[in-house]
Design a binder for this molecule. Structure first.
Ligand code: NAD
Length: 488
């Protein structure tokens, strides 16, 4: 049985309770983990408080060196960790391995940032004394909580742990209930590299108990959540009364616009990865596709052919060449939600061009498999258009002009990512300026780069992860005024 990591040690829940983590591909038990309760949260927060001041006092170089040592230890066990991620999450091995490498790259980015955090020196009015000046000091916030979803458990853990630790904070992580295993393995390795007890901890359990108690605990000053917009709303309500520092990376319904001059081959590949990677369970997936009518037939035919090239199956196995593996959806609920959204669109007149059903193969009956779909003639009031579609189903619409495409792109409660495929720089510029979203990719796959800030507008959340900007959310500015310097 796996254990949680509290105060420098592997730990059981104080109640002794556990729960099983099951494979989405076949329902088999992968492992069991402790079911943490409120007392476990209290113990972890106490340890984090005790560790914070000494950790904040370490030098940035020392913090970076410890992080790098941990990164190397994780890298040395990359294969084993990727296999564990596939077993608990369902994604194919090559995607799990890609996620782990993205995590390592992000951690390395933040290790490099440790020595680059700086404040400011500000000249002040002479009335305060001839050479009076102010300082802006950057200080760690203290005890932080990071709450992570199941779709990318490792990268989304790294986007919280990396900036929190290098800025000198202690952080307590709460992975999604269904994906704690690869995370725990990594937390153990990062700690074994020499982090002081209490600086980096991990509690396994539910959002409603562990998550909510962490958020409302008075000693926790900073909360970073990646999750659905509904959860974001709840987290904001809980953290608001105590004025906690909150960032929310929430849901999305990213639009993608294909212009008449798009490089069709590249754009098709970009849309395939953008929509169907991780069985479509990505916040920043292409979830609404708008194609100019002059290229519509060519584009959609080529896209449908690619989508038909997927073979659903256990992520630990490879399909025959040249097919591409798609793993199961993560939970039974997830598959039912997608099926419901698709059925609603079809009932209102949409046409499924490819896929869109459970596989016939009886060997796959105990997993949450679903054949990836492309859907045309989708009514704009159907769930496929108005809800977040968190699975491998893509609705496509014809558009006549850039004005129409941008207007439709913006007709959404979300504003996370967006993309445009065109050679026309002024069209690309208009898309970047006018689409209401945290990011617009031009002739690129939707992807969160470690170097650039990433975060949404509207119902997609507040604040940023990735980039140097993410570190600011783990630091407080303190002002200091030095007057009286020229007194005789
Ligand atoms: P979720 O909101 O159900 O859960 C996310 C995390 O929050 C889990 O650890 C969960 O246990 C915890 N949680 C749930 N309720 C809570 C509560 N009341 N208090 C505290 N914690 C609580 O989301 P999910 O289903 O795991 O993930 C899918 C969602 O996440 C999608 O909407 C997706 O778009 C979004 N997402 C966003 C980003 C981004 O960067 N914007 C990235 C990945 C996923």
């Amino acid at each position: 049985m796996a254990k949680m990591f509290v105060n420098g040690q592997w730990a059981d829940a104080s109640s002794g309770e556990t729960y099983e983590v099951k494979s989405p591909a076949n329902g088999n038990v992968v492992d069991s983990v402790p079911l943490a309760g409120r007392e476990d949260v209290d113990a972890a927060v106490k340890a984090a408080q005790a560790a914070s001041a000494a950790w904040a006092d370490t030098s940035p170089d020392d913090r970076a060196a410890l992080l790098r040592k941990g990164i190397q230890a994780v890298e040395a066990q990359a294969k084993e960790i990727a296999a564990l991620l596939t077993a608990e999450q369902g994604k194919p091995l090559f995607e799990a391995s890609g996620e782990l490498h993205h995590f390592l790259h992000g951690m390395e980015f933040y290790a490099g940032m440790a020595s680059k955090i700086r404040g400011a020196q500000v000249p002040l009015p002479p009335a305060l004394g001839k050479h009076a000046y102010g300082l802006v000091l950057k200080r760690p916030v203290g005890v932080c909580a990071g709450i992570v979803p199941w779709n990318f458990p490792l990268t989304l853990m790294g986007t919280k742990v990396g900036p929190a630790l290098i800025a000198g904070n202690a952080i307590i992580l709460k992975p999604a209930k269904t994906t704690p295993l690869a995370t725990l393995k990594i937390i153990g390795l990062l700690n074994e590299a020499g982090l002081p007890p209490g600086v980096l901890q991990c509690l396994t359990g539910s959002g409603s108990v562990v998550g909510e108690h962490l958020i409302t605990h008075p000693a926790v000053r900073r909360v970073a959540l990646t999750g659905s917009s509904e959860t974001g709303r709840r987290v904001m309500q809980l953290a608001g009364p105590d004025f906690k520092r909150v960032t929310l990376e929430l849901g999305g319904s990213d639009p993608c616009i294909i212009c008449p001059d798009a490089d069709v081959k590249r754009a098709v590949s970009g849309v395939v990865v953008g929509r169907y990677w991780n069985a479509g369970q990505q916040c920043l997936a292409v979830k609404r596709l708008y194609v100019f009518e002059s290229v519509y037939d060519k584009f959609v035919e080529s896209l449908a052919e690619k989508v038909a090239g997927y073979r659903v199956g256990d992520g630990a196995t490879k399909p025959e060449k040249p097919f591409i593996r798609m793993g199961p959806l993560h939970t039974a609920f997830q598959r039912e939600e997608i099926e419901g959204q698709l059925a609603d669109a079809v009932a209102k007149g949409a046409k499924i061009l490819v896929g869109g059903k459970r596989p016939d193969d009886p060997a796959l009956a105990s997993g949450h498999f679903f054949e990836p779909a492309l859907v045309a003639d989708v009514p704009e009031d159907s769930k496929l258009a108005t809800e977040e579609v968190f699975g491998p189903v893509l609705p496509v619409w014809k558009v006549k002009s850039l004005d129409e495409a941008i207007q439709k792109a913006n007709n959404s409660q979300w504003g996370l990512g967006s993309s445009i495929w065109t050679q026309n720089m002024s069209w690309a510029n208009r898309a970047v300026r006018e689409i209401q979203a945290g990011v617009t990719w031009v002739n690129q796959i939707h992807y969160g780069y470690d170097e650039l800030p990433f975060g949404g507008t509207k119902a997609s959340g507040i604040g940023h992860e990735h980039g140097p900007e993410a570190v600011d959310y783990y630091l407080e500015n303190k002002g200091a005024v030095f007057g009286g310097l020229d007194w005789e």
